[in-house]
Design a protein around this ligand. Sequence first.
Ligand SMILES: *Cc1c(COP(=O)(O)O)cnc(C)c1O
Length: 654
Amino acid sequence: MSLRSGPHRRQTFFRVTQVAAVVSPRWSTEESADLYGPDRWGEGYFRVGADGSLLVTPTREPDRATSVVEIVKQLAARDIHPPFTVRFPQILEDRIRRIHESFLRSMDEFDYKSGLRLVYPMKVNQRKEVVQELLRSGDPWNYGLEVGSKPELLSALALETPDDALLIANGFKDTEFVELAASGVELGKNVIVVLDKLDEAHLVTKVLKEQPHKPHLGIRVKLAARGHGKWAESGGERAKFGLTVPELLHALEILKKAGLADRIKMIHFHIGSQVSDIKRIHAGVQEAARIYCKLHRMGIPVDTVDVGGGMGVDYDGSGTASSASINYDMREYTNTIVYTLRTVADEEGVPHPTIVSESGRAVVAHQSMLVLELLKRVPEEMPLDQALPAEGDHRIVHELNESLGGITLKNYPEAYHDALSSRDEAMQRFNLGVLSLSERAKAETLFRAIAAKVLKFADRDDNLTDEFLDLRKMLQHKFIANFSLFQSTPDVWGVRQVFPIMPLTRLDKRPSEFGTIVDITCDSDGEIRRFIDVVDVKDTLELHELDDDPYHIGIFLTGAYQDTLGDFHNLFGRVHEAYVTLDENGRPSVDRLVEGDTVEEVLWLVNWERGELMDLMRDQLRKKARSGLLTDERAAEVIEGFRVALDGYTYLEE
Ligand SMILES: *Cc1c(COP(=O)(O)O)cnc(C)c1O
């Protein structure tokens, strides 16, 4: 039996695109599609359009498409400028439907004789608008919620969910937490309090003794099987949560004694997030299924297995078990869970358990993208015609200029070596005081021009030795983007996550530049230096030459975890958020706009109140005005500018 749903969907791609980016004078939208890979990571939601712009198809109906820059234009008309997040509720709806349908098809295929209940783990993105959209889209399936803290629990209690939708309470608990969770029962919610640690068996028995309405109980088990990669520590014997098998038996004794054994309904596990290898999923489900069956046979009334989260997202589109990818698709994931649960239950002669899934990342990652504008490129280069040697310039400048004119496909390696030693000599002479600043500037400029030409020949020659790969690094630029990496893509910094990034326009033009993307924080870690690649991770991204028109790029698949992990480094605040849907004809409309933080709001986070700041400013201005250093009119202008800025966006506004 094969768990694979179809022919292997992955193909092997070659690195030709990087080379082509430099050499080929012509360029097609297909080449852009291959280079940036939206067909590989976009799950049918993004593709390159014939006009060279990036299209979004939130419902995956190919004709119902719009270019993302059209949305950027609509927002500009409302005076909303990058950086901002665009969310597509239709993508969210499609993800929820796909996951449910995938499970249901797998259950059908394997003749599974029990039900399915999905819950959304709130920690993945608690934004009110996102959760509301999720519950709206999930309503036909009785989509429920999973919480791991009191704030999450309180919001889940307050939200109206379909009758009988699950509310699963995980995480560290105190008396209040358990009491609150139990109150959900009175609201008609199907509450399951999960014991994450042995001592919670004592806590729960103590609290529930007093409660007329008792929730169901689940037990999180600590499996020997674990995930792999960045989040592997969530599973395995050293995991933070879950009961070992001896602890599980002990907990059963405690609950039995308290007369709560009949409330035990569910076995829960979570082997970690972004599990890239399907074998790990299989191993986890198999182990948990055994535990479920053994408990069932002991007479414990368990009828549900919660398989946690962990379904990954193919960020780099490689379809491999590397940390930014997954070696399975959604159907293989659901097939693996359903087939394994059924097989183990049949072997043990136990009814198939109801399946609960807590997939978070795979549900919400695709619906959000970040739109940024690239402001400029550094270093700025001196135009070559200004670097031509003048009479009287040092010999080295002349030599470099001659060398630049004489490079061919046949001599480029020697020419490069000569240029390297000329450059070193130029630096020595400069340090000895022989070369002027202008001569040094010319020598540097000519050397970079030589290096660029050499790189073209090396690429054409397929000469990808270390020496010439280093050249790429040397010639790369930094592109300054108006955003804070710490606020909008914190995982780039925190766990070296790679997200797909690409230009939103000019995809019919050859990207002749390459470089890294730096944010506007004063932190040298605020730089994206790793980019997706099918066979590796690239250290530069191909981009177009900046001109007078705004140049927008998108960072994609940012809907999971980034929103609340983001921080206020340098006091850059939350970005604007636009919720965009497409009508039948593909026309986009901004249904909801949540404006980003103002300067006043981020200052308030660190206890600076507006009134106090205004007073402090006024005091200073008054003193200066009194001593005649400032006119009253000028003081009024300054305070007005200050007031306007407090109401403004924290990012650069031009
Ligand atoms: C984080 C978490 C999830 C969600 O995991 P994803 O990998 O985002 O699907 C599910 N369940 C529990 C208990 C979690 O802690």
